[in-house]
Design a protein around this ligand. Structure first.
Ligand code: ADP
Ligand code: MG
Length: 315
């Protein structure tokens, strides 16, 4: 099967499955065309996933298709952007049809679930690597940046943290218990918080998605906003599965492990009081923003936790 046959068979059908409000021309020409309505900003981001670095070798292709788009879409959620479309640069060692069918299936489900239409891409041979660019839009000036946190704002996180990181301990489990199956699902099928991001526009002062670990990602907001924060470990949301599996070690996963793709937001206290239930019900308040730089956990300064760095490795 040649390059064009491969694209036609596995990727063009994905593009046709749904309409986008802004995509005027999808794959098939030299470029795609997107029309941004007057008064909206284009918000876009690119993510690369390398086999053996971002996902295990011989990873199930349907999981990979879902995960790749979920991870990219999570950055749109963190900006409060409405999802529009994406491009896919796919590098594969061989045109393995079974692999391609699985991958395209996972990608198709994610594309539908997140409202992101395939706009085009590039297909090459080489070591398995995926690069996705996602496009979203917001009302002009409404994107939630990392720079907006102010002293007195509350620090909040969505969902529960640590499950996806704990899942790495069980990737080869042949007969997973229900608790192990639950954390594995968090790793294989991340659900980016797109709806929460959109409803947080005009409420949150800053936001980041938790990809590298809560401490590391909150630190990004604090640095960008030139503030500090106090957080309380007892308020960090942990799932019952993680508690049962890891006992006292659960908190360490919730603070330091990545891949959960929840949102960490800062919210001015008066905005929190008047926030709609759609937002309040999704979030746990874990602390407050302070003028003094640095992150304080349970009253103790917590050393810079920089998360995984591709050139330095894990801290
Ligand atoms: P060109 O050589 O003009 O850059 P390509 O041969 O790379 O174009 O791609 C032909 C068309 O197929 C383009 O519209 C491109 O967006 C689309 N395409 C290529 N690979 C993919 C892919 N993996 N997913 C979706 N569309 C793709
Ligand atoms: Mg061309």
């Amino acid at each position: 099967m040649g390059e064009f046959e491969l694209i036609r068979r596995y990727f063009l059908p994905l593009a046709g499955q749904q309409k986008s409000r802004t995509l005027i021309l999808g794959p098939g020409d030299d470029c795609a065309i997107q029309r941004i309505p007057a008064g909206r900003d284009l918000v876009f981001s690119m993510d690369t996933l390398v086999e053996g670095v971002h996902f295990p070798r011989n990873y199930r292709p349907d999981y990979l298709g879902w995960r790749a788009l979920a991870v990219a879409a999570s950055d749109l959620a963190a900006m409060g952007a409405s999802p529009e479309c994406f491009t896919l640069a796919l590098t594969i060692p061989t045109a393995d049809e079974q692999w391609l069918a699985g991958f395209a299936g996972g990608l198709r489900r994610a594309s539908k679930a997140f409202g992101l239409v395939l706009a085009g891409g590039d297909t090459t041979s080489g070591p398995l690597t995926l690069t996705l660019q996602v496009h979203g839009t917001v009302e002009q000036g409404a994107a939630i940046r990392r720079t907006g946190a102010r002293p007195g704002d509350l620090v909040a996180v969505s969902g529960t943290l640590g499950d996806a990181g704990a899942a790495l301990d069980y990737l080869n489990e042949a007969n997973p218990s229900p608790d192990i199956a639950a954390v594995l699902d968090r790793y294989h099928s991340p659900r980016p918080r797109l709806a929460l991001g959109i409803s947080s526009r005009g409420v949150a002062s800053a936001a980041v998605d938790v990809s590298d670990g809560l401490l590391a990602d909150l630190e990004h907001i604090l640095e960008a906003s030139e503030v500090g924060a106090r957080i309380d470990s007892a308020r960090i949301p942990v799932s019952p599965h993680l508690k049962r599996l890891k006992g006292d070690a659960a908190l360490g996963y919730a603070l330091r492990s990545g891949d959960d793709y929840e949102l960490c937001l800062t919210i001015p206290a008066e905005c929190w009081r008047t926030a709609p239930d759609a937002i309040r019900n999704e979030l746990s308040v874990i602390g407050t923003v302070e003028s003094r730089p640095g992150l304080v956990l349970d009253g103790k300064p917590c050393g810079a936790d920089t998360g995984f760095d591709h050139f330095k490795g894990s801290p």
